[in-house]
Design a protein around this ligand. Structure first.
Ligand code: NDP
Length: 345
């Protein structure tokens, strides 16, 4: 049998709740020509999955979408053999089909993984979409220069921790924004950024200002809301912003698109100071930049210059709890679920 999490209902307003999901058992699917059956090893949990559900791109009774690292159990697809490890899109289930006639949703197609190069779980984080997001938003869109101040929202998270490290490697002064003290200790001591403030502090705005004595030249936006409002007065003339995500707004009502609201709040400052603001969608960078990203990040990860922290939850049953926790900041690093044994190690 195959355990699957399906969407139980059209999500109401606000953040996800346990009642949005239902765990069911289904028979294992049979494998048609040009398909393969894979066993999910790691399931990635990402904020965008909530957006899909809220926008109705996923409907009640659909298997919840999610990118995965899997092992091939049975293959009728040329180029893939039993035992291969792959990056694919099984969704929130123990086993899934990949290949002809199966929608893989995403812009990153099934990709073979070599466990001798990197731990296979990194395909969901630093060596996958999150790493490319950090690379594209910071290095390509914002072009940080040595000595500049880079401020990173959600600095300990999956994307944020990589942005912080790339900015340090570019010679910048890096200021992180996080929630709690342990995340602050991690970004300061383990990642080695220059300063960090908590958005939960009563004096958040003043503390952020104090840590940016020369203002902010590059802002990597993951959060929005009061974090964005605090950074606005600190933005320097001709500073650059990558609008990556607005996780604090994902529970808002659908009356207004959070990105439009964000731009409206910033528009006067952007115009007055000649600020360059770029929207980020990682899918736009795959074709042109994927190869150079893999080379650069692969070297950094192998040499230990880029370090990554994963937040692994044990067992598919935990997927909704882990997902909800991640959206409200109770995760610590790249969030994923260990669905079955990682035999590559
Ligand atoms: P994270 O691992 O960063 O998890 C989300 C983090 O957001 C939490 O850990 C929490 O950190 C912070 N957070 C949650 N709620 C709030 C709040 N109300 N105020 C302030 N901080 C909050 O997730 P990811 O790395 O997966 O994603 C980070 C961002 O990148 C998201 O906005 C996501 O949508 C975006 N993204 C965009 C892509 C693109 O193509 N544009 C691609 C991939 C991701 P803390 O406890 O420190 O506050």
């Amino acid at each position: 049998m195959n355990k699957q999490w399906i969407l139980a209902r059209v999500p109401p307003e606000g953040m996800p709740q346990a009642e949005d999901f239902e765990l069911i058992d289904s028979p294992l699917p049979s494998v048609a020509p040009n398909q393969m059956l894979t066993r999910t090893i790691y399931l990635s949990l990402d904020p965008y999955q909530w957006g899909r559900r809220r926008r109705g791109e996923e409907l009640p009774r659909d298997i919840c979408h999610g990118r995965t690292v899997s092992q091939v159990m049975q293959s009728r697809l040329a180029g893939y053999a039993e035992g291969d490890y792959i990056f694919n899109t099984n969704g929130w289930q123990e086993y899934g089909l990949t290949g002809a006639g199966i929608s893989n949703f995403g812009y990153m197609h099934p990709r073979k993984l070599d466990p001798d190069c990197y731990p296979i779980s990194t395909a969901l984080g630093v060596m996958g979409m999150l790493g490319l997001t950090a690379y594209a938003g910071l290095l390509i869109q914002c072009n940080p220069q040595p000595g500049e101040t880079v401020v990173v929202a959600a600095a300990s998270g999956g994307v944020g921790q990589i942005v912080c490290q790339l900015a340090k490697l570019a010679g910048c002064r890096v200021v992180g924004i996080v929630g709690n003290q342990s995340k602050m200790g991690f970004v300061l001591n383990d990642i080695g950024i220059d300063a960090c403030v908590s958005h939960l502090s009563d004096n958040f705005q003043e503390e952020l200002k104090a840590q940016c004595p020369d203002g902010c030249d590059v802002y990597f936006e993951n959060v929005g809301g009061k974090v964005f409002e605090a950074i606005l007065p600190l933005l320097n003339h001709a500073s650059r912003i990558s609008l990556c995500g607005l996780v604090s707004q994902y529970g808002n009502s659908h009356d207004r698109d959070p990105r439009s609201v964000w731009k409206e709040i910033g528009s006067e400052t952007f115009a007055k100071k000649g600020i360059i603001q770029k929207d980020l969608f990682v899918g736009d960078f795959v074709e042109k930049y994927q190869d150079e990203f893999f080379t650069l990040m692969g070297n950094y990860v192998r040499s230990g210059e880029v370090f990554y922290k994963e937040d692994k939850w044990e067992g598919l049953e935990k997927a909704p709890e882990a997902f909800i926790s991640m959206l409200v900041g109770r995760n610590f690093g790249k969030t994923m679920v260990s669905v079955s044994q990682d035999t590559s190690m």
